[in-house]
Design a protein around this ligand. Structure first.
Ligand code: SF4
Length: 369
């Protein structure tokens, strides 16, 4: 038999012993308003008139390429600009990929297409064997679109994930239009450095479902030295705002797979916590406090970082057996991994700015993708 206890009979603890409750946390993935009943990819709802306008715009951009912020103005059917890629996209790898965020890769993988080359020249590029080298196969937009269909039908992947596509946006737009005319029903992920122009994002409007930009550094002096693009942060700010205006905050269907919206990545760099904090303030203040953010911890010296500085006289002495000094090493200031403290500082800055949707392991005991 249950005994009834009146509320007034419960002994009250003195206020000093009552622990404040932590603020209630909304579930990141499946709570409204981020839960979708169902989702139809945007390319499937495009009218035939809108599709042919996009086709014409894509060919016009290829004939006079000012599509990314490098503004080369070249005819890509005849020559190449700074990205060194002509009218055909060069593709390094096409495969179901399991190295993305759980909500992007799901159980079956993300159908990833890794494009060769890039319109940035990051000295620390974590993917430099693909992004700095012209290795791979040249594919027409139609051949590329046929691969999306293979990924859908054979790979049973959750989405088509276009990795480093900023310099092949016309080819990408044409390939999506070809694939949707031939039965593509998967959402499109645009996995970018954020060094995109507003014109290229306009061409992608209606074709892309998830924008996955990486916001790297904040200060122009830093981006000039490390990315070889002084206007990187200004460009990334405008492009990320435009991406959010198109697709909004990241939303999921009930299976926990992201279907539409913005997911911003930020790779924490050694010694750059102050710039990271500015990026977090910008995202919370000028994009959305509900912006989904993945703070990446895996920075490691790569590409040109830590290589001998061949212009230095003593570097050649280093090659003869002596240990090179810091100034004889290229980009010595980022020639180390990030520390736990640096990562924690960036996370705290993100929370202090008001962001709350992070790519964290689940807090519950159930399965999670
Ligand atoms: S996409 Fe390539 S050719 Fe076109 S403006 Fe950018 S770097 Fe130049």
């Amino acid at each position: 038999m249950h005994s009834l206890i009146s509320r007034s009979s419960i002994r009250r603890l003195p206020p000093s012993l009552i622990k404040p409750r932590p603020p209630s946390r909304r579930a990141l993935h499946l709570a409204p308003p981020f839960l979708l009943d169902d989702y139809v990819p945007r390319h499937m709802t495009l009218s035939s008139v809108e599709a042919s306008k996009k086709r014409s715009a894509a060919y016009a951009h290829l004939r006079n390429c000012n599509l990314c912020p490098r503004l080369c103005g070249v005819n890509r059917f005849e020559t190449t600009g700074m990205c060194l890629i002509g009218d055909k996209a060069k593709v390094n790898v096409i495969a179901p990929h399991f190295g993305e965020e759980p909500c992007i890769q799901g159980h079956n993988g993300s159908g990833s297409v890794f494009f060769s080359m890039c319109n940035l020249r990051c000295v620390f590029c974590q993917n430099h064997d693909i992004s700095h080298q012209r290795n791979g196969q040249d594919l027409t937009p139609e051949e590329l679109g046929d691969w999306y269909l293979k990924l859908q039908e054979v790979g049973n992947v959750h989405n088509i994930n276009l990795v480093t596509p900023e310099h092949v946006v016309p080819q990408v737009a044409l390939s999506i239009l070809h694939a949707r005319d031939n039965g593509l029903t998967l959402p499109i992920v645009y996995n970018t450095s954020a060094y995109d122009s507003l014109a290229s994002l306009e061409l992608l409007d209606g074709l892309v479902d998830i924008y996955l930009p990486d916001f790297k550094v904040w200060e122009p002096a830093t981006s000039r030295r490390l990315l070889k693009a002084v206007d990187y942060a200004a460009t990334a700010r405008e492009s990320i705002k435009a991406m959010h205006a198109q697709v909004g905050d990241l939303c999921f269907t009930g299976d926990g797979i992201a279907k539409k919206g913005l997911l911003v990545r930020h790779l924490v760099m050694p010694g750059f916590e102050a710039e990271s904090a500015e990026i977090m303030k910008f995202l919370a203040g000028e994009v959305s406090r509900d912006c989904f953010v993945n703070i990446l911890e895996q920075y490691h010296p790569d590409a040109h970082v830590g290589k001998p500085n061949t212009r230095s006289k003593s570097a050649s002495a280093g090659q003869q057996g002596q240990k090179p000094q810091a100034k004889e090493i290229r980009y010595a200031e980022i020639n180390r991994a990030v520390s736990r403290e640096e990562i924690s500082t960036v996370r705290k800055a993100a929370e202090a700015s008001g962001l709350w949707r992070f790519c964290d392991p689940p807090r519950h005991d159930g399965f999670s993708i």
